[in-house]
Ligand binder design. Structure first.
Ligand code: MTE
Ligand code: MO
Length: 375
């Protein structure tokens, strides 16, 4: 067992703050990711909060500001469960870093993404109880962690548009896969914003503020933004670039792992696909020859409208080097860009290029070499 009750085979990018993604084979083929396998992304030390003293303030542009304990939240609001995939905006950044370095950022591979059954109260119900003003345009969240890399140090935070906050799928969750929400995932209570980048699913939330403007928190104004390629993140003023919210169409190969040596023959290729917000995965294509020809993968039904689609297929690999590629299409016939180069951005977000793994296959033991027979 590794740190924070995670599997030993997690790829731990850093222990403090704890940033880890599962081994690709550990997430593959499982619609719901077990707690010991779920990726975790943290900007500061993980606060271990006492559920008995935890309180949530709801304030700002509301008629009746609220102060709720965990018991209030559980007793006063109907309980809902949503199966949702959480994905880091930096997922697959390592491939962007191979194009051009991105200093100071975590080199996530393809598994900064996982799916859980989240249970809690609807944010909409809590905002209704507080009497959300119709002129509130954003709902901001403040967390209980302290990010010491900020100057001055402060908490993590962010916001979502009021329309999303009241859409019904957004939860204040206290359970994950039917267990109490673990501290590393934001316990006792976190926000879960299905369809948005993970950074908007604020962990250890203790304040919700309805307001006219997006959150002024660093992670809304200066981080988690798509900057133009020529911007210098060190000097870019807050508010520049595109603020990231809704997730984008993406897919990645999980097995076989990149760099694996295999015996020539038939092999299963598997992975995940994730649609942009309000879209569906229509098809996943796999190529065994670096994108010259394609075959359709089998897609499993998504475990819920806010969750990934798992897919698999078999490919025949002759002896020698092989490059497998995968790309998804959504129900608006949008597909992924072929290469990461045109997607490169200074903070390394939203790499949605075709997923590729490079393999080497050797002839099956005892098989005859191809070509003219000997003897
Ligand atoms: N308070 C707080 N919330 C946070 C973060 C954080 O560092 N502090 N990280 C965010 C980011 S960038 C992601 S991708 C998800 C990761 O959630 P997980 O650790 O449960 O996988 O939490 C988000 N919520
Ligand atoms: Mo993230």
């Amino acid at each position: 067992m590794g740190a924070w009750n995670k599997r030993d085979d997690m790829l731990v990018h850093s222990l403090e703050p704890y940033n880890a993604e599962p081994a690709p084979a550990a997430v593959a083929g499982q619609p719901i990711t077990p707690l010991d396998t779920f990726y975790s992304r943290n900007h500061g030390a993980i606060p271990v909060l006492d559920p008995a003293t935890w309180h949530l303030a709801v304030d700002g542009l509301v008629d009746h500001p609220l102060q709720l304990s965990l018991t209030d939240l559980r007793n006063r609001f109907e309980q809902h469960t949503v199966t949702a995939t959480l994905l880091c905006a930096g997922n697959r950044r390592a491939e962007l870093m191979a194009v051009r370095d991105i200093p100071g950022q975590t080199p996530w591979r393809s598994a900064a993404i996982s799916t859980a059954r989240w249970t809690g109260a609807r944010l909409r119900d809590v905002l209704d109880a507080a009497g959300l003003h119709p002129d509130a345009r954003h709902v901001a969240f403040t967390a209980a962690d302290l990010i010491t890399t900020l100057d001055p140090p402060g908490p993590f935070g962010g916001s979502i548009p009021a329309g999303k906050a009241t859409a019904g799928e957004v939860l204040l969750a206290w359970q994950m896969n039917d267990d109490p929400l673990p501290a590393v995932h934001g316990g006792p209570v976190r926000v879960v914003v299905p369809g948005y980048i993970g950074a908007r699913s604020i962990k250890w939330v203790h304040r919700i503020t309805a307001q006219q403007q997006p959150s002024g928190n660093h992670f809304q104004t200066a981080d988690y933004r798509l900057l133009p390629p020529d911007a210098d993140p060190g000097t870019t003023p807050p508010g520049d670039g595109l603020s990231l919210g809704a997730a984008a169409l993406n897919a990645a190969i999980l097995t076989p792992a990149d760099g694996t040596a295999l015996t020539a023959g038939t092999h299963t290729v598997s992975g995940y696909a994730i649609p942009g917000e309000h879209r569906r995965i229509a098809r996943v294509d796999v190529s065994a020859d670096a994108g010259r020809t394609w075959q359709q993968a089998v897609t499993d039904p998504a475990p819920g409208p806010w969750a990934w689609t798992l897919w698999h297929t078999t490919v025949d690999l002759p002896p020698g080097p092989a490059e497998i590629a995968a790309r998804a299409w959504d129900d608006a016939a949008t597909t992924q860009p072929e290469r990461p180069e045109p997607l490169w951005n200074p903070l390394g977000y939203l790499n949605t290029a075709w997923s590729r793994v490079h393999l080497h296959t050797h002839p099956a033991r005892g098989s005859r070499p191809a070509g003219p027979g000997r003897g």
